[in-house]
Design a protein around this ligand. Structure first.
Ligand code: ADP
Ligand code: MG
Length: 329
């Protein structure tokens, strides 16, 4: 097989680009051993998550390599945020086609380094393979949560209210712009594209949801689709008021805010915001947490009797949706 002559070999890649990223975790042994070790802090549960991003699905070959690295890490960190957990170390499994050269890898590693500093996580190991297919970056994140306090999807109760952080639909619109190869990009377009490329996990906010939210998850496949998962395992029906779905100025500038724009936003993927349920009596506390962590939060709906999830108009009528969110198959 032809090798990529423009980049170092497997072990040089590990030594040059990845080993320096493991320095802060002594149990990574500088990536010179078969495994890494990690001592869990007393009184904590270990939290595990893996999330892979695939070229052509979650990112594109033309994306800046540091943004590819950040998306891979942040997709995992977002899950930790939604569960009230703290990420600690991660494993990185790379399937590399021939096209990424040394410069690509260097920029990719730079993205990892920046996010390691931003989110206080450290590389502890991984695997590097060649692939005839799409570039795949699989991250396995390992972290902790005080024993028994992980925020599940399944605790929502009748009569509770539903909230979501940030704004919805930006990344989906950013992806649509990239697909159309819109080249005349203004500030609004740049904003949306950056939401697609580099999610912003709500880690500080999520940590404060322990003991407050009865159910939570990160919105990665679409607000409606993901709240459908909460409804299913919590045995409630979730209604989302269309007019309350939070849209960014950039999105409104581009798409307006009629029902079809809202429906599109609420069913688009890659938001990486946190949707959660809590008793109505928690509203003031949630407002305070939002203030203290600088996180916009909007009440968007309620948990009622029944099943499923619905986007409803001002009259309470269900809005028919073509799809609820992104699915791979
Ligand atoms: P093994 O032969 O035992 O599977 P490898 O030779 O694949 O181990 O890897 C050697 C070391 O380098 C291991 O500690 C492994 O965790 C680490 N490693 C390999 N690829 C990566 C990567 N992409 N990111 C981080 N660490 C890696
Ligand atoms: Mg081995």
């Amino acid at each position: 097989m032809k090798k990529n002559s423009g980049r170092p070999g497997e072990f040089e890649i590990i030594k040059t680009y990845f080993s320096p990223l493991s320095r802060r975790h002594p149990g990574a042994f500088g990536l010179t051993d078969d495994v890494a070790v990690l001592a869990p802090p007393a009184g904590h549960d270990v939290v595990l998550k893996t999330d892979a991003i695939v070229e052509g699905i979650h990112f594109n070959r033309s994306d800046p390599p540091d943004t590819v690295a950040k998306k891979a890490l942040r997709a995992n960190i977002s899950d930790f945020a939604a569960k009230g957990a703290t990420p600690s170390v991660y494993l990185l499994a790379l399937a590399l086609p021939d096209w990424p050269d040394g410069q690509w890898l260097e920029q990719f590693a730079k993205g990892l380094a920046e996010d390691q500093a931003e989110f206080d996580v450290t590389l502890a190991g991984g695997d590097t393979n060649r692939t005839p297919g799409a570039l795949t970056v699989a991250v396995t994140m390992i972290g902790f949560v005080p024993q028994g306090t992980v925020v599940r999807r399944s605790g929502a109760k009748l009569g509770e209210v539903v909230f979501v952080t940030g704004t919805i639909g930006d990344a989906g619109a950013g992806l649509a712009l990239l697909k159309r190869q819109a080249d005349a990009c203004g500030a609004a377009e740049e904003d949306l594209i950056s939401r697609y490329r580099v999610p912003r996990p709500r880690l500080a906010f999520g940590r404060r949801l322990r003991g407050v939210a009865t159910a939570a998850l990160d919105v990665s496949d679409g607000l409606i689709a993901d709240l459908g998962h909460v409804a299913e395992v919590s045995h409630v029906r979730i209604e989302v008021d269309a007019v309350r779905v939070p849209l960014s100025e950039a999105l409104v500038e581009l798409r307006g805010r009629d029902i079809s724009a809202i429906a599109e936003a609420a069913t688009a993927g890659d938001d990486y915001e946190i949707a959660f349920c809590a008793p109505a009596s928690c509203r003031p506390l949630i407002e305070r947490i939002a203030d203290e962590t600088n996180t916009p939060v909007t009440e968007v709906g309620r948990a009622t009797a029944g099943e499923g999830v619905a986007l409803v108009d001002a009259q309470g009528h269900e809005i028919k949706l073509e799809r609820c969110g992104y699915t791979h198959f």
